[in-house]
Ligand binder design. Structure first.
Ligand SMILES: [Zn+2]
Length: 298
């Protein structure tokens, strides 16, 4: 777990209250749900949301037998748990996404919304996701698009230094990146995914529009505009459906967690701990109130 790129930590943050509640983000929330439903199978066996935060989208996953809410922040996961209650479908897992604590080929569906912008090394993340992806499954990724209309206009007006046309990711604030759609597709393909249907979302993410036009109308327009993403994406948010790599392992039934350090499969929880059976490793991880904590060994 040592040499991974830096990870953005929301521990103890007031992200939910600060960003989502009473902040006029109904529009973003609703258009993201529409895009997600269009690209994600409604039912399945095992789903993971990468960067699930406080579980804002958890109610979209009720058609799945097992739902892993994965995040780097323990406190956001505890918030998710507080409002989702004791629903046994949900499993709360804290960890580093460059070293996922799961056996290979486990998840038939993976979703990631509004978190890739914290990936300092997106190609490494995609490679790790390809490992835990079950062949035949689906990965729905949302990313912040650097090639958006606002950035293009600002660049042409010389009010922004970086070029939205340049393929490389731009770090506009420390550990906050925007990505070029072509670059993202290339990196997904390099990791073995097959990017397919693409939606352009949140074209109307502008304060004055949201204040003057009823949310319902904006959401309806966005819902229509999303389909244009199949041709060109100039929206601040892009959703892309990916088929999982066809080659690869499928997890053996009844295996689930693996040591994030050595990838050895883990057995049952004993005394609030998961112990790595690899004698050269022997790391132990804490399990407390249905929160599996793989951020660091005990
Ligand atoms: Zn181990």
């Amino acid at each position: 777990m040592s040499n991974t790129p830096p990870v953005c930590d929301y521990v103890g943050s007031d992200y939910r209250a600060r960003f989502w509640e009473n902040q006029g983000r109904d529009y973003e929330d609703q258009v993201e749900r529409i895009a997600l439903r269009r690209l994600m199978p409604a039912n399945g066996t095992t789903l993971i949301e990468i960067g699930a935060g406080f579980g804002r989208l958890a109610d979209e996953y009720v058609g799945y037998d097992k739902v892993v809410l994965f995040d780097y922040s323990r406190s956001l996961l505890r918030e998710a748990q507080a409002h989702l209650g004791d629903d046994p479908r949900f499993i709360y897992v804290a960890g580093n996404w460059y070293n996922m604590p799961f056996v290979a080929g486990l998840f038939d569906t993976m979703t990631q919304i509004r978190t890739l912008h914290h990936a300092a090394d997106a190609p490494a993340l995609f490679r790790e996701l390809a490992r835990i992806a079950q062949p035949g499954g689906n990965y729905v990724l949302e990313f912040a698009n650097k090639l958006n209309l606002k950035a293009i206009l600002r660049y042409w007006a010389k009010r922004q230094m970086w070029s939205p046309f340049d393929r490389e990711p731009v770090e506009f604030v420390e550990l906050n990146f925007d990505f070029h759609p072509r670059w993202i597709r290339q990196q997904l393909q390099a990791a073995g995914f097959t990017p397919g249907r693409t939606l352009a979302a949140s074209y109307f993410r502008l304060g004055w529009l949201k204040r003057t036009i009823p949310t319902k109308l904006l959401v309806g327009l966005d819902s229509l505009m999303q389909w244009t993403g199949q041709g060109i994406q100039l929206s601040p948010s892009v959703f892309v459906h990916n088929a999982h790599p066809a080659e690869g392992e499928t997890a053996v039934p009844y295996t689930f967690f693996a040591c994030p350090h050595c990838q050895t499969g883990l057995g049952a929880v004993v005394d609030g701990r998961l112990a790595c059976p690899n004698s050269a490793c022997k790391r132990q991880y804490r399990v407390e109130n249905n929160l599996y904590d793989f951020k660091e060994p005990i």
